[in-house]
Design a protein around this ligand. Structure first.
Ligand code: ATP
Ligand code: MG
Length: 249
């Protein structure tokens, strides 16, 4: 890895890039994943490379929805594995949600390497290397799912998802929580809850909220979920960007 000086003004962003490049070299991230990160970074720049109040409220609603879920599952792709594998495993244990490797550019080799990475980072129940179901409405490889995992889930946390697949999961009647820096993406618009934030900040924040809210009653959690509106949250995210840009003028 290239050594990044800690006092560099864009330190975190550069470290994130290095992690993804390492992900590609290790065979867990696709080349296309680097381009997806670039699109995300552009939006991160626009929101000021920080977690906004809007994102924090969405994160809290997401934590509540995950705690209420009967069968929550965390979907992991190559970018997620490269950036937050340990943090995903910690969250998985805290909320008792298995993980499922789910790749847009699927190769069995990459699935195997991601499963290995997740296992060494502490994940216990890992699906995805033996899919036995196809999500309706998607082309074959992208449709693969496991009957015990995403197929049976009521709530799926799918960071950095593609719009098409998000829509297909919603059509199956699932609640979808996504993390996407682009408030305009199809995924952001389709999801039940969209956290407009960088995944490297959002996953630890979900963990912190879930830990704090674990003792709340289902009714209290339900109230938090019901009060949340994704459409409103997305339009606030766009306002956040506009305000941030005004400050810079
Ligand atoms: P959609 O299909 O939903 O319209 P898209 O085609 O623009 O989205 P994809 O390439 O399918 O995008 O998925 C990548 C998405 O993930 C992008 O919207 C990008 O903003 C977002 N993204 C990339 N890196 C990060 C990150 N580190 N944290 C949060 N979001 C990210
Ligand atoms: Mg897409």
């Amino acid at each position: 890895m290239t050594e990044i000086p800690e006092d560099h003004p864009r330190y975190m962003s550069l470290v994130t890039r290095e992690m993804l490049v390492k992900g590609v070299n290790d065979g867990i991230t696709s080349m296309q994943g680097l381009i997806a990160q670039g699109r995300g970074e552009a939006f991160d720049y626009l929101i000021g490379e920080k977690t906004t109040g809007t994102a924090m409220r969405a994160t809290k609603a997401a934590a509540a929805m995950l705690l209420l879920a009967e069968r929550p599952v965390i979907s992991v792709n190559g970018n997620t594995a490269a950036l937050v594998s340990k943090e995903i495993c910690e969250l998985s244990k805290l909320i008792d949600a298995p993980v499922e490797v789910n790749l847009f550019h699927r190769t069995e080799e990459r699935v195997g390497k991601i499963v290995k990475r997740l296992r060494s980072d502490g994940c216990i129940t890992i699906y995805g290397d033996n899919p036995d179901r196809l999500i309706p409405g998607l082309s074959h490889d992208r449709a693969k799912a496991s009957s015990e995992g995403i197929w049976a889930a009521d709530v799926v946390l799918v960071p950095l998802e593609d719009g098409d697949r998000c829509e297909a999961l919603i059509r199956m009647g699932k609640k979808v929580i996504t993390i996407d820096l682009n408030p305009l993406s199809r995924t952001s618009r389709m999801a039940t809850i969209t956290i407009v934030d960088n995944i490297v900040r959002a996953i630890p924040n979900i963990h912190a909220f879930a830990l704090e809210m674990k003792s709340m009653s289902p009714m209290e959690l339900q109230e938090i979920v019901v009060e949340f509106s994704n459409a409103e949250s997305l339009s606030r995210s766009l306002e956040d960007i506009a305000e941030n840009l005004k400050k810079l003028q």
